[in-house]
Each structure stands twice: as structure tokens, then as C-alpha cells.
Design a protein around this ligand. Structure first.
Ligand code: ADP
Length: 622
């Protein structure tokens, strides 16, 4: 505030002073003018000069006077000089008359020349003033502004240039710019010059060396100046010091690179760039580590092949060959066999960068997923063991059913044995009847053995075994084990199996476990039902698109809203002796089959339907 106030206080005196000064200098000029004209007249008179020569002397005085002030003053001096010339040097002398025509011409010529010269001098002075003003303005800017001629010699150097580089204008003007500043160009100077001449402009980043030897980065803008004939006359260059920004950028880049490297290490993810056209491959540090190479080796596709597990070599070669031919993107998993015998699991994802379909420049990531794979394997094993335990538990629940199932053929064998004895004891022995009875005994024995075989299959602890399966057959086998269960709980079982059902791929034992689970759950859900028939329908259908659907529909208690979302959770049960593992195991079994889905829904009437679907094997392939 104080500063601003002070400025206002001093303003009037500043405004008045220039006028006073101007009046004084005008007075002085007029004095000098009159004195000069008087002296010139006196000298020319003494020298006895004729009018022409005297006119020349006056012209010199007028030109000199016009250098000092305005056009008006100079014009007035010219008129006074004209009067003096006429009065003193033109015949008849000491009058303002003109006797000869040539003197009239001299006087007219003098006054025209005096005016033209005065105007020219004034114009030149105005131009010089404007130029000085422009130079003063350029000095005000913080930017470095310099001009150089076509040979690169500096012709103008502003205060900004002095402040940035350390050389004064006097020192810099006349020097070759690129020698003085030791310019380092981002591209060859010839190329820059070509662009400058073509477009009239160029801009880019340069490195200059200051007077004190410091190297600085500048953002440089060049504009070509042309003369009246459109020929290059010079170049105006403005430069801004961007060293600090560059340093910050560099530091940022460096820290970003460090963070990136650390993050890649943490996530065991390396990155790469691969030009499938030239074969050039670039790896990040983590990629070197994943493939087990020193940072000094040259990454190559051969180096990758050297590490690929022999069992996956064809897969990897196939993927890379296809990618090189077709571009696009790829995402696949394979193993590495490291020199120490360790096996690594990798997932590689990459895609082409660039818009052209011919581009084969891939950018990608390679992830070491060995730990995740181990955890997944462990999980599968645990799930398999859990499935086994629950299967055996379920079978335990079915002991009565199974015993009944085995008992039936055994009872038939005994009955037929008794009958055979009776036929043999007859006289003559009824051998034909005996043969028939023995045939029946053999078939019943086979039936019993088949049941035992099936039970053993369900209780055997084997790993996952995938094969082509007929789900109708699987359903028949499963329900044969629960016949007594159905009878005891007075459940009527209806099987509605679609003939010619396509085969699926899966683990028979596990899928049977799912069907048995659904059936037993259905039977148990109908325990409390006494006011309607206890119907259980097991269906198989081929549904679009190419899926086989198995459903078990009961007429039991149904599914309440809050139960629906939790039924498939482990340990969720509403039964007093329930374990709550059945449905959760069923879900993991079906989800472990590729494309498998499992779900439950309430029926329109009573009860619920539990179903699963698996992809059908296309008929021509089965
Ligand atoms: P558990 O049979 O040991 O209870 P499950 O996982 O097989 O374990 O079933 C979990 C729960 O889902 C059951 O306790 C029951 O409440 C519900 N549930 C299963 N099947 C049916 C069904 N068919 N109808 C109604 N509720 C069912």
C-alpha cells in the first residue's frame, strides 16, 4: 500500500517535468538553429558564394538541425534558410525579388530538397526509435531472445540471453552461435535447417553450455526471417531453460523404474517386448530372473526354448509361431524346467501394439504362477479327500440299503440252490430244471458281485479319473443303491431318462456321488410330507446348446428364501444329524468339470429341484 501511495505522490512532478524539459530543449534548438543559419549566411557571404553553392551550405545546416528535433522545426528552419538564400545570394541582392529563372529553380529545388531530406531524416529517426523500443521490450522478457544471420552469426542478444548464458550483448554479437553455446542437437542440424526452411519454424530441445561451463537443457523455438526477396535473412531464436524440469523428469523416471522393478519382483511378474518380425526381444529385470538368466545375456526366443519344459515345448512353439504369423494376442500357461531340475509354472499374456494389421510388436507380461499352482493342487487334493470322506459317510448312511441290495441276489441264490437239490433228489432227477436253477444262481451271483464292485468303486480312494460317460447309466447305477432307502421312506421314484443322450466327459465316481446326494437330500426333504405323495423324479435331457442336464425333483419342504443363498456353503445344515458338506462338495465336483454348472430352485408347486449340466461331447466325436 505504502509503495503504491508513494508512487501517486510523486506522479504530478513526473508528469510536469518532461514538458518543462521539452520547452527548454526546443528553446535551445531554436537558438542553435538561428545561430547556425546566421553563421552559415555570414560564412557563405564572406566566401562570396553564388546562390547554388550557398543553397548547398544551407542544406547541410538543415540536415544537421533536423537530426535534433521535429519535422515542424526543421520545416521552419528550411523556410528561414530559403528567405536568407533569396535575400542575400539571389540577384537582385538584399531584396526578396528574383531576377532570373534559374534562381527560381534553385530556390524551388532547395526548398523541395530541404523538405524531402528533413522528412527522410525524421523517418529514419522514427525507425531507429521503434527499433530501440522493440529492443527495450525484448530486454524486458525473461526469455532468451537472440537473432543470428544465415551464417549463424549472432546479430542480436537480449538481456535474457545475458542472464541465462553469462555473455553480454557486446561479447556475443558477432560470434557464431553454435560455437559459442556448444549446441548439442537432438537430430542432425541439417535436418533441422531443412524443416526450418520448409515450414519457417522449428522447435525442440537443445543442450547449451553456459559461460561458466554448465550444461543446460533449453526448449528452443526458431523462426526464419526472410528478406524482401523472400530469401532467408536470419533466424530468431527464443530459448527457455528447462534443466530443472528435465532433472525432475529424470528423477521421476528413475524412481518410477525402481518402483516398477520392485513391484515386478513382488508380484513375480516380468514384462517383455517382442518384435516377431525381427525377432528382437526385450526383457525386464524380473523376466531375466523368472527364466533364470544373468542380466548380461541377450534375450531371445531360443533362450526361452532352452528353459521350456520338454513336455510343453510343442505348445510354446505353436503359440509363438501362430502369434508371429497372425498377430493379435495370446494368453497361455506352460512350464519351465530349470537347470537345477525345478519346475516353474508360467502364465504369459501379450498383445500386439500399434494399429496396423501387419504390426507384430508384442508387449506382454510373464507371471511366475508356481506358488499359485501349488496352492491350487493342494486345494484340489484337499477337495478330493473331503469328497472321499463325505462319500464314505453317505455310503455309511446307506448301509441298510446296500445290505438289502446285496441280500436280494444272495437270497435268490439260496432259493435256487434249495430248488436244485430238490430237483436232483427226485427220481429220475430233473436235470433240465437243475440247469435252469443253476443258470439263475450264476446270474444272481453276478448281480451281487456287480453291486459289491460298484460299492468298492465308490469307496476306493483314487485320484480324479476322467472318462467318457453315459449319464443315464450312471443314474441307473446310483438309484440301484438307494432302492431300500426309497422304500423305507415311502418315496416313489420316477426316472425320466432321454434315450440317445449324448455322452459327457467326467469322473464317474464323483458324478455318481452328486446324483446320490441329490436323491438322498430329496428323500430327506420329503420326510415331513404326509399330506401328498412323496414323488422323486430323476431326469436327463439334452439341452441347448450342447449341454446335458440332470435334475432331481422332489415334492418336499422346498427352499426358503434365506436358505437358498446358504445351502451350498460348507457346514450349512438344517438337519439334526447333518454335516452340511454334501451340497458344497457337489458344487466343487461339478465346477471342477470344465463347463459344469450346478444350481437349485424351488418348484412351482411343492418341493425343490436340484440340477447340474455338463457339456455334451459332440456326437461325431464320441
Ligand atoms: P446335509 O444334508 O448334511 O444337511 P447338504 O449340504 O447336503 O448337507 O445340505 C445342506 C442343506 O440344504 C440341508 O440341510 C437342507 O436344509 C438343504 N437342502 C438340501 N437338499 C434339499 C432339498 N431337496 N430340499 C430342501 N432343502 C434341501
Amino acid at each position: 500500500m505504502t509503495g503504491y501511495g508513494q508512487h501517486l505522490d510523486t506522479l504530478p512532478s513526473r508528469v510536469t517535468n518532461p514538458f518543462r524539459g521539452r520547452a527548454r530543449s526546443l528553446l535551445a534548438l531554436w537558438l542553435v538553429g538561428f545561430v547556425s543559419l546566421a553563421i552559415a549566411t555570414w560564412l557563405c557571404f564572406l566566401a562570396g558564394l553564388v546562390s547554388n553553392t550557398a543553397a548547398f551550405g544551407y542544406l547541410i545546416v538543415i540536415v544537421l538541425l533536423s537530426l535534433f528535433d521535429s519535422f515542424v522545426s526543421s520545416a521552419i528552419f528550411s523556410l528561414i534558410a530559403l528567405a536568407c538564400l533569396d535575400y542575400v545570394f539571389v540577384e537582385p541582392r538584399f531584396t526578396f525579388q528574383v531576377a532570373y529563372t534559374e534562381d527560381v529553380l534553385t530556390l524551388v529545388g532547395f526548398i523541395i530538397t530541404a523538405f524531402v531530406v528533413t522528412a527522410l531524416v525524421r523517418r529514419t529517426r522514427a525507425l531507429a526509435g521503434a527499433y530501440r523500443e522493440q529492443a527495450r521490450l525484448l530486454d524486458l522478457t525473461h526469455d532468451t531472445v537472440l537473432v543470428r544471420d544465415v551464417d549463424g552469426v549472432i546479430t542480436y542478444w537480449n538481456r535474457g540471453a545475458l542472464e541465462l548464458y553469462g555473455w553480454t550483448s557486446a561479447e556475443a554479437v558477432g560470434q557464431r552461435i553454435h560455437t559459442l553455446l556448444k549446441t548439442e542437437f537432438p537430430i542432425p542440424l541439417a535436418e533441422i535447417t531443412r524443416e526450418l526452411h520448409r515450414t519457417g519454424r522449428w522447435e525442440g530441445e537443445l543442450v547449451h553450455t553456459k559461460r561458466d561451463g554448465t550444461r543446460i537443457f533449453v526448449s528452443s523455438r526458431w523462426a526464419l526471417q526472410r528478406d524482401g526477396n523472400d530469401r532467408p535473412a536470419g533466424t530468431l531464436e527464443t530459448n527457455n531453460d528447462i534443466t530443472e524440469r528435465k532433472r525432475t523428469e529424470e528423477a521421476l523416471k528413475k524412481s518410477q523404474a525402481t518402483y516398477l522393478a520392485e513391484a515386478q519382483k513382488l508380484s513375480s511378474t516380468g514384462s517383455f517386448g517382442w518384435n516377431a518380425g525381427t525377432g528382437e526381444l526385450v526383457w525386464s529385470e524380473e523376466s531375466f530372473r523368472i527364466f533364470g538368466y544373468e542380466l548380461t545375456i541377450e534375450p531371445s526366443i531360443e533362450a526361452i526354448y532352452r528353459r521350456v519344459h520338454p513336455a510343453d515345448a510343442a505348445l510354446v512353439k505353436g503359440v509363438l509361431k501362430r502369434a508371429a504369423a497372425e498377430g493379435g494376442e495370446f494368453d497361455y500357461e506352460h512350464r519351465l524346467l530349470m537347470p537345477d531340475g525345478a519346475v516353474k509354472h508360467l502364465r504369459t499374456v501379450a498383445r500386439v501394439v500399434g494399429d496396423s494389421p501387419e504390426d507384430r510388436n508384442f508387449v506382454g507380461a510373464v507371471m511366475d504362477i508356481s506358488a499359485a499352482k501349488r496352492a491350487q493342487d493342494h486345494l484340489h487334493q484337499t477337495q478330493a479327500e473331503l469328497a472321499y470322506v463325505t462319500r464314505v459317510t453317505t455310503l455309511g448312511q446307506l448301509t441298510a440299503s446296500i445290505a438289502h441290495e446285496v441280500n436280494q441276489p444272495l437270497a435268490a441264490i439260496v432259493t435256487n440252490g434249495d430248488a436244485s437239490l430238490r430237483f436232483l433228489n427226485q427220481s429220475p432227477p430233473q436235470l433240465g430244471e437243475v440247469r435252469d436253477a443253476i443258470t439263475r444262481m450264476i446270474s444272481e451271483g453276478k448281480r451281487a458281485s456287480e453291486i459289491v464292485h460298484r460299492i468298492r468303486g465308490l469307496t476306493k480312494k483314487t485320484g480324479t479319473q476322467t472318462s467318457t460317460l453315459d449319464l443315464n447309466e450312471l443314474i441307473r447305477e446310483s438309484v440301484s443303491l438307494v432302492q431300500r432307502e426309497l422304500a423305507v421312506h415311502q418315496v416313489a421314484l420316477h426316472t425320466d431318462l432321454e434315450a440317445g443322450l449324448p455322452a459327457v466327459r467326467g469322473d464317474g465316481v464323483l458324478l455318481q456321488q452328486v446324483i446320490i446326494n441329490f436323491v438322498i437330500n430329496g428323500v430327506q426333504a420329503m420326510d415331513a410330507v404326509n399330506d401328498r405323495p412323496r414323488d422323486l423324479v430323476v431326469r436327463s435331457r439334452e439341452v441347448e446348446p450342447g449341454q446335458v442336464l440332470i435334475s432331481v425333483q422332489d415334492s418336499g419342504v422346498g427352499i426358503e428364501q434365506d436358505k437358498a443363498s446358504r445351502m451350498f456353503d460348507a457346514f450349512f445344515t438344517t438337519k439334526p444329524n447333518g454335516m452340511g458338506m454334501g451340497l458344497s462338495i457337489c458344487r466343487s465336483i461339478i465346477e471342477a468339470h470344465e463347463g459344469g454348472r450346478l444350481w437349485a430352485s424351488g418348484n412351482a408347486g411343492h418341493g425343490a429341484t436340484f440340477q447340474f449340466s455338463l457339456p455334451a461331447i459332440p456326437r461325431c466325436a464320441s
